[in-house]
Design a binder for this molecule. Structure first.
Ligand SMILES: [Zn+2]
Length: 250
């Protein structure tokens, strides 16, 4: 199930009472939660956006907010259960080393990767008004398995610079994923270049950041590819599933 479009998310955001801060999550366990901060008293609704695609769920969510989470919300309950099962199934496929053929057929970066050209093209499309940051590969950790991986990094000093993890410098990496990582870091550059006055320090992945990030044309494919392939990026020695011949022909 695909998440709703940005316009749909914004429409829901407008319906939410202003006292509630809305945060879209990518959790696999807690798909929706409504909490009040004990210090600031601020309410936050954390929501897996796909839930909005279920019939009746939006109405239930608004009641859920209005009643501070107290009551019964049958559409929401049903939607959470269904989405939870779908996500579990997807995760099981990943663990079983099965990759959705749709993802394994995405165009790959190939042997020659020009980070500067990619950055230039993405910037021309999404952020033509900004001065471009520098871009380079970050330090190579070698072939050892990693416990976590940060695909991209953005720094402002001494000059704005994006670095990209060298594990993405492999010919089988999906083209849309590398561009997604560069685009994500470009959005951090935009945050830096266009400060939001109401924040002393804007949250790193603030709502406007998430909106920008999701404006990337192949955002969904890139995220799905990431979920499927991250184990092979973390451990380059892990054998990747092969495409079957009939998949090659499609
Ligand atoms: Zn980030």
């Amino acid at each position: 199930m695909l998440p709703p479009s940005e316009a749909e998310l914004q429409r829901f955001q407008k319906q939410c009472p202003p006292r509630v801060h809305l945060r879209f999550n990518r959790n696999r366990q807690t798909l929706v939660s409504l909490r009040q901060s004990p210090t600031t008293r601020q309410w936050t609704l954390s929501l897996r956006p796909e839930l909005l695609q279920y019939p009746g769920c939006e109405g239930d969510l608004l009641r859920f907010i209005a009643q501070n989470g107290n009551g019964d919300f049958p559409y929401l309950r049903q939607a959470v259960q269904d989405l939870f099962e779908r996500l579990q199934h997807h995760q099981a496929q990943v663990i079983a080393n099965v990759i959705d053929p749709k993802l394994s057929r995405l165009p790959t970066v190939g042997h020659e990767i020009h980070l500067h050209q990619r950055l230039k093209a993405l910037q021309a499309q999404y952020w033509p008004e900004l001065n471009p940051p520098h871009i380079s590969w970050s330090r190579n950790p070698g072939p050892r398995p990693l416990r976590s991986i940060r695909f991209g990094c953005y720094r402002t000093s001494p000059t704005p610079r994006i670095t990209i993890h060298p594990r993405l410098r492999q010919p089988w990496v999906a083209d849309c994923f590398l561009n997604h990582v560069i685009h994500h870091e470009l959005c951090h550059h935009a945050q830096h270049c266009i400060p939001q006055r109401r924040f002393r320090r804007e949250p790193i992945h603030s709502p406007r950041f998430r909106q920008w990030e999701q404006s990337y044309e192949y955002y969904m494919q890139a995220r799905q590819w990431e979920r499927a392939y991250v184990p092979y990026l973390m451990d380059p020695n892990k054998p990747r599933p092969h495409r079957t011949p009939d998949q090659e022909l499609v």
